[in-house]
Design a binder for this molecule. Structure first.
Ligand SMILES: Cc1cc2nc3c(=O)[nH]c(=O)nc-3n(C[C@H](O)[C@H](O)[C@H](O)COP(=O)(O)O)c2cc1C
Length: 226
């Protein structure tokens, strides 16, 4: 097991055959919020991290740092802030609002149930990857130098049969959560990616059609293939 993802070969990743069809992976990398507690082999964590460090960053400065958290005490301390953000702010807002575009009420309610599960079990995910940036300002531009790495890691995890979710709602309590993560002064986290073997199956993502979100030359003019 555990050939590097860049080899382009088929191999085994924690029981599920590794998938190297990029477009299939992109179409089926949905948030996997229900995870088994089984540990993730360090070789797979390494492959995910390697995918992260293959991402572009402004000037190739690679100011990213990735905190790999497996310590239950740290996860428990940080997860309380996440849970508070979910119960006090995010869950009430989603529950009283409309479903996401392209989603039905039923599908949206399933997503909320999964999100509630994650809020209650975040600390039980066997491993978290916390992508951070060291120094500099923390703006939209700096985010552009870390989120490509985040997406690479989500895709790599899925390719290896690992489930993960991009989460940010702990940032409602940014200071407290980053203190619990032990981040040094000037270093900030951009997400927590709880990762592990999924309880459910990977499936296609639900998204608005390209025709409804892409414009051709002029804003508002639908893009078509023709
Ligand atoms: C910027 C950002 C922040 C997110 N934060 C959270 C979060 O804190 N908790 C969570 O459960 N999901 C979070 N998500 C996951 C989205 O809810 C999810 O990607 C979206 O509902 C689409 O579902 P899918 O990934 O299953 O297709 C976040 C996604 C993004 C891009």
């Amino acid at each position: 097991m555990g050939r590097t993802i860049f080899s382009g070969r088929w191999c085994h990743g924690g029981g599920e055959r590794m998938n190297t069809d990029l477009f299939e992976i992109i179409r089926t990398t949905r948030s996997m919020r229900r995870l088994k507690p089984d540990p993730v082999p360090p070789a797979l964590i390494r492959q995910v991290l390697e995918a992260g460090t293959a991402a572009p960053s402004g000037g190739n400065m690679q100011a990213w740092r990735f905190l790999v958290v497996r310590d239950p005490a740290i996860k428990t301390a940080v997860a309380q802030w996440y849970r508070r953000g979910w119960h006090e702010v995010v869950a009430p807002r989603y529950r009283s609002g409309a479903p996401a575009p392209g989603s039905s009420r039923e599908r949206f309610d399933r997503m909320l149930a999964a999100a509630e599960h994650l809020a209650e079990h975040l600390h039980e995910a066997p491993v978290w990857i916390v992508p951070c940036l060291e120094g500099g300002t923390h703006t939209r531009t700096s985010g552009a130098s870390i989120y490509p790495a985040v997406q690479n890691m989500l895709l790599a995890a899925r390719a290896l049969g690992l489930g993960a979710t991009l989460t940010t709602l702990y940032l409602l309590f940014e200071k407290e959560a980053e203190a619990a993560l032990g981040l040094p002064e000037g270093t900030h986290s951009y997400a927590i990616l709880p990762m592990g073997y999924p309880l459910g199956k990977f499936g296609p993502v639900a998204r608005t059609a390209v025709e409804d979100v892409a414009f051709s030359d002029r804003w508002g003019e639908r893009w078509t293939e023709g």
